[in-house]
Write a protein that binds this ligand. Structure first.
Ligand code: BGC
Ligand code: NOJ
Length: 817
């Protein structure tokens, strides 16, 4: 199979050597508010905070080529009239060289055509709402060349939803302004209303010309491949009045042989602070002062260089909090670099904006964001803290949660409502992970409103208890949690069969009389409640701990009594009380989610159900490409199951390898004392270990994808929906906490290695509550016993407490059998 690139672990980059990757292989720029997506051929889009409401540039989903519209620079040799683009797309000309380096928060694309070499670096400086494109062009001819450069972005009319649909309005509202003195194009559509925001696109060179109207730049019956302005070598100084505003600078460059020229482009977002809001009739005057300062600053290459170095340092410092050195290269590079990087991206963007998520329908997911925190909390705990508070503020007094909220408003999204009954419990997992990481128990006392309503505040601890109560208030006929609209599996819609309420079951908790129950939520309840219990015990709140012990025990009994199918856990009972995920079913006999959750919660521990369950998972669900969601997949649509059966067999929720769930089984295997199997599953979906399969896998080899087509799909092994998936966080948890065995607890850092026998030793450096734990794990020598040494002193526990305050480092040596 073809290789499209390689990992450069030292530089922390993935280097793409062929531009025609099976799918766009992308990167994310921006760490806080301003984000920019960029593919290996310059495609992508930018937005400020909210991919729906503050979209700066336009992107066309579902297009051919797949990746249409981006951050382009055309180069034209004036004498010959030949032209090309520095990122291969959109011209797709023949190239003398091409290389794309995706790094942490930056992307550099080098290419050469007609002996003109270009090197463009795109990045978002820390704490700025702008992106830099720094281009260096070198002439490798033996004669002087005259070049014309044309930059190109197409502006989005801010609300990406309206932008993609409401053309009778859109074609009339576009407005721009050009400031030749600073080489800046302003996009100010919406500014005349109350909106107060605008975009700017500037450049470090004087302009020969510019264009701001797409039709003029491209030409009515031309395409991005050969815009008429580039063909002719002359910009038209067009002004957009409606239609499709773009930003294109025209720059002339003359280069002697081997001469290099550097040019900087700056694309950014600005908004006036409320107090600065210009009132009508001045409302059309842009507040350019702040912007001009930024532009002047970043036109200086020295400042750009400094910002780039600062960005690199930022990432080096973040990733230094958790580093490993193991015998396996795929584990090393994913854990040290890419998995943590992806955790940051999923934390920032939830499931909103990728090349597969349009940034329109989905804001921050309640369930999603809580899980993202699990893989992110060690990186920037302060941000995780704020996110937990934001999420809890959308919670309802019942304990229920809005399924999503818009990042800009932080308000719950009403359309999607609240009855995904697993949602509230995830808040417990994120909060406990935060507490274990930081020891910041004060967060539990924070007063947090419900549904963002003033004067409704209750402590975070109360919110967490309400999450448990929410489940307990909604139990079905078997004493198992009602599923509501769906649980983790959005597409298992077991209450959608009949509109008629089920008369045999009417309680206040379930006004609609819908009775479908979820074994996943049952397991999740036990898992979350046990963590709460541990917390109450730690906080010496004995009554509470006892209270929930009772609830846990009852739930476990219900699971074992009504949820055990003989060789695995059932998945659910549908609205008619029929089993889902049982050997009695023809299709969908066994599901992964309830196995994973119940085993992580140690349900049925006394009865030793784990080994049998895991054997069933292995037998029925495991494939060389990962573990499938369920099997056999549904071959026809089932009204009583809903969307799950709307997918063809082997895709997405209908029995694909839904990567998010695989780490649950890895964790269960590790907990059940089978490190070999845990690690084997880990490698099956590790993107780096799948790099050699790129033509089949198709998605980026440095990032987890949400789904890999299952055994029954015609494209078994093909990944889709890369980047924004809970797979990132959960895999990080599985490998770092359960396989490498380093997990934070209330009392210290616990180290319990569960690694394959072939590993003779490995090292981990882990920053925990301000202390660096330098951990070495080795195999015992012959005749030696397993042991743990902390700073040279033997200890009996695998939990290493924090040292004396004056100590900033502890050395741990663990010997394993
Ligand atoms: C997808 C799910 C997704 C849901 C969100 C479904 O079509 O299959 O994975 O969570 O949409 O809206
Ligand atoms: C993707 C969603 O983002 C996630 O919340 C859900 O659990 C999975 N799909 C499974 O349906």
């Amino acid at each position: 199979m073809k290789k499209y690139g390689y990992f450069d672990d030292l530089r922390k980059e993935y280097i793409i050597t062929h531009p025609d990757t099976p799918l766009p292989w992308i990167n994310y720029l921006g760490t806080d508010s301003y984000f920019s997506l960029i593919s290996n051929t310059g495609g992508g889009y930018s937005f400020y905070k909210d991919a729906r409401y503050r979209r700066l540039t336009r992107y066309r989903y579902n297009n051919t080529p797949f990746d249409s519209n981006g951050k382009y620079i055309y180069i034209r040799e004036n004498k010959t009239g030949k032209f090309w683009s520095t990122t291969w797309q959109p011209t797709r000309h023949t190239m003398e060289m091409y290389q794309c380096q995706h790094g942490l928060g930056y992307t550099t694309i080098q290419s050469q055509a007609e002996k003109i070499h270009s090197n463009v670096t795109y990045f978002v400086p820390l704490n700025e709402n702008l992106e830099i494109w720094k281009i260096k062009i070198t002439n490798h001819h033996t004669h002087t060349v005259d070049l014309s450069l044309f930059s190109f972005v197409e502006f989005c009319l801010w609300d990406a939803q309206g932008d993609a649909t409401n053309f009778q309005r859109n074609f009339n509202i576009g407005e721009v302004e050009i400031d030749s003195a600073t080489s800046t194009i302003y996009h100010k559509t919406e500014y005349r209303e109350r909106r107060n925001h605008f975009a700017f696109f500037s450049c470090s060179e004087p302009l020969k010309g510019y264009d701001t109207q797409r039709e003029k730049f491209i030409g009515s019956y031309h395409s991005m491949e050969s815009p008429v302005v580039v063909e002719n070598g002359n910009s038209l100084k067009s002004h957009a009045h409606g239609w499709a505003p773009i930003g294109s600078h025209h720059i002339e460059v003359t280069l002697e042989p081997e001469q290099t020229k550097e040019i900087i482009f700056i694309l950014g977002y600005s908004e006036n602070k409320k107090s600065e809001k210009f009132s009508p009739p001045d409302s059309q005057i842009l507040n350019k002062e702040k912007v001009n300062q930024k532009i002047t600053y970043y036109k200086d290459p020295k400042n750009v260089e400094d910002a780039f170095i600062a960005l690199k340092r930022y990432w080096d410092q973040l990733l230094s909090k958790f580093t490993i050195d193991t015998p396996d290269v795929h584990t090393n590079r994913m854990v040290n670099i890419w998995n943590q990087y992806q955790c940051m991206v999923t934390f920032n963007l939830s499931r909103s904006a990728s090349f597969f998520e349009s940034g329109i329908g989905r804001g921050m997911g309640f369930r999603d964001s809580n899980q993202d925190i699990l893989g992110f909390v060690h990186l920037i705990p302060e941000k995780a803290r704020q996110r937990i508070l934001d999420l809890a503020s959308t919670q309802m007094p019942s304990g229920g949660a809005y399924h999503q909220y818009q990042p800009l408003t932080k308000r719950g999204n009403h359309e999607l409502g609240s009855n995904f009954n697993d949602d509230p419990l995830w808040l417990i997992l994120s909060t406990v992970a935060y507490l274990k990481e930081t020891g910041d128990f004060d967060i539990l006392k924070e007063d947090i409103p419900f549904e963002n309503q003033k004067n409704s505040e209750k402590s975070l601890l109360t919110h967490l208890e309400l999450s448990l109560k929410y489940t307990l208030d909604r139990l079905g006929p078997h004493g198992l949690p009602l599923i509501g609209r769906a649980d983790w599996n959005d597409c298992l819609n077991l209450n959608c069969f009949s509109e008629e309420p089920n008369q045999s079951f009417q309680t206040t908790a379930n006004k609609e009389g819908k009775i479908a129950e979820s074994l996943f939520i049952a397991g999740q309840f036990v898992y979350a409640a046990k963590q709460m219990n541990e917390l109450f015990i730690y906080l010496k709140m004995v009554d509470k701990a006892n209270h929930y012990s009772g609830a846990i025990q009852k739930m476990e009994e219900a699971i074992v009594q009504h949820g055990w199918d003989g060789e695995w856990f059932l998945r659910a009972y549908d609205d008619r009380g029929h089993k889902v995920g049982s050997h009695e079913n023809n299709e969908g006999q066994i599901y992964i989610e309830s196995q994973g959750m119940c085993l992580m919660a140690e349900v049925g521990k006394k009865m030793k159900l784990a080994t049998k369950t895991l054997a069933s998972v292995h037998r029925h669900l495991a494939t060389p490409h990962g573990i499938m969601l369920h099997h056999p997949p549904y071959t026809r649509y089932h009204l009583e199951l809903g969307e799950i059966s709307s997918y063809p067999p082997g895709y997405k929720e209908n029995g694909s390898i839904f990567c998010h769930t695989n780490p649950w089984i890895m964790i269960a295997e590790a907990m059940n004392g089978n490190p070999e199997q845990a690690y084997n599953y880990y490698l099956r979906i590790n993107p780096s270990a799948r790099e050699h399969l790129s033509d089949l896998h198709r998605c980026e080899p440095y990032i987890y994808a949400q789904t890999i087509a299952g055994y029954d799909a015609p494209t078994f092994g093909e990944a889709k929906n890369s980047w924004l998936t809970g797979t990132a966080a959960w895999n990080f948890v599985a490998i770092s906490q359960y396989i490498l065995g380093i997990h934070p607890t209330f009392n210290g850092l616990t180290i319990e290695p569960k690694v394959p026998q072939t590993w003779l030793e490995y090292k981990v450096s882990r920053l925990f509550r301000g202390v660096i734990y330098s951990i070495e794990v080795k195999r015992v020598e012959e005749g030696e016993n397993p042991s743990c040494e902390v700073d040279g002193i033997q200890v009996n526990s695998s939990t290493i407490p924090l040292p004396d305050v004056s100590k900033k480092e502890v050395k741990v040596l663990i010997k394993i059998p």
